[in-house]
Design a binder for this molecule. Structure first.
Ligand code: NAD
Length: 284
């Protein structure tokens, strides 16, 4: 039976490291990392994500500002709020919780955030950096996945990594990160014919689709590392995209849902905010 990639435990350890770093930055340099979160409207899932981010920030000593804005807000007003935080020297990270209401164009909002404060890594400048190399913010979920693989000393170089899903938030950036670490990468998506043909060849399989039970045991290479990014609610329970009970009998490593990738995502947001504060303060 597979070893569990315990995201909850790793996230707790990383948050403790971040907390100590934040404290040192404050004590030695007088810098307190600041995160601004803009939440438009009252979508319950978004509200819960934002509460989670605020709580996690506070726990590690990051100063977090949550601005709750009405659902009928104009795009112009939101852009002005972003400008405000772009110019605020106490803020090192800006995040606009997605999705946005229909009257607001997501791409105009994302490109308005200063690339140097774009802790979600969605600004085209940071997306470009991920592909071309060099410093930049890496999106939190893909960064968390890589951290989980690395900290468990799983070899990426030379492995065949198969990523199922090609979104800009998870699939594409995680594929790019794995490529950067010298994996051979295959990206599958909704138009892929015979998905199992590819997944069966994966030494590292990342499922980021949002379909419960999509990845079954017969689609797994024995001993593979299986990373389940999916979050699906089935009968009031959270499940991933992987048929966990069956696949864990065949895989070498597997992430549970919940308690796998999820806790790592917010942790990387804290990490990105700390990194941003250090960079702006010219701290090595
Ligand atoms: P998305 O809807 O933007 O993208 C889904 C991708 O899956 C698409 O690229 C599509 O081509 C592909 N796809 C759809 N059906 C397929 C099929 N039958 N076979 C192969 N590929 C198929 O979703 P997303 O934002 O990338 O999120 C994916 C999942 O991950 C969702 O369940 C989401 O809730 C979850 N998620 C989790 C975290 C986390 O922190 N754990 C973060 C982000 C997203």
């Amino acid at each position: 039976s597979a070893q569990i990639l315990d995201g909850k435990q790793l996230a707790a350890a990383l948050r403790e490291e971040i907390r100590r770093d934040v404290e040192e930055l404050r004590a030695k340099r007088g810098i307190v990392p600041g995160l601004a979160v803009l939440l438009v409207g009252d979508d319950p899932a978004s509200q819960s994500y934002v509460r989670g981010k605020q709580k996690a920030s506070t726990e590690v000593g990051i100063h977090s500002v949550v601005e709750r804005l009405p659902a009928d807000l104009s795009e112009q007003t939101l852009l002005e709020r972003i400008d405000h935080y772009n110019e605020d020297p106490s803020i090192h990270g800006i995040l606009v919780q997605l999705p946005l209401p229909p009257q607001i164009a997501e791409d105009r909002v994302i490109t308005r955030i200063s690339p140097g404060k774009d802790v979600d890594g969605f600004h085209p400048w940071n997306v470009g950096r991920l592909y071309s190399g060099g410093e930049g913010f890496v999106p939190c979920t893909p960064a968390g996945i890589l951290e989980m693989i690395r900290r468990n000393r799983i070899e990426i170089a030379g492995a065949h990594a198969v990523v199922v899903g090609r979104s800009g938030i998870v699939g594409k950036p995680v594929a790019q990160l794995l490529l950067r670490e010298n994996a051979t990468v295959t990206i599958c998506h909704s138009k892929t014919k015979d998905l199992g043909f590819y997944t069966k060849q994966a030494d590292i399989l990342v499922a980021a689709v949002g379909r419960p039970g999509l990845i079954t045991a017969d689609m797994i290479k024995p001993g593979a590392v299986v990373i389940d990014v999916g979050i699906n609610r089935v009968d009031g329970r959270l499940v991933g995209d992987v048929d966990f009970e069956a696949v864990k009998e065949r895989a070498g490593w597997i992430t549970p849902v919940p308690g796998g990738v999820g806790p790592m995502t917010i942790t990387m947001l804290l990490y990105n905010t700390l990194w941003s504060a250090k960079r702006m303060g010219n701290v090595q």
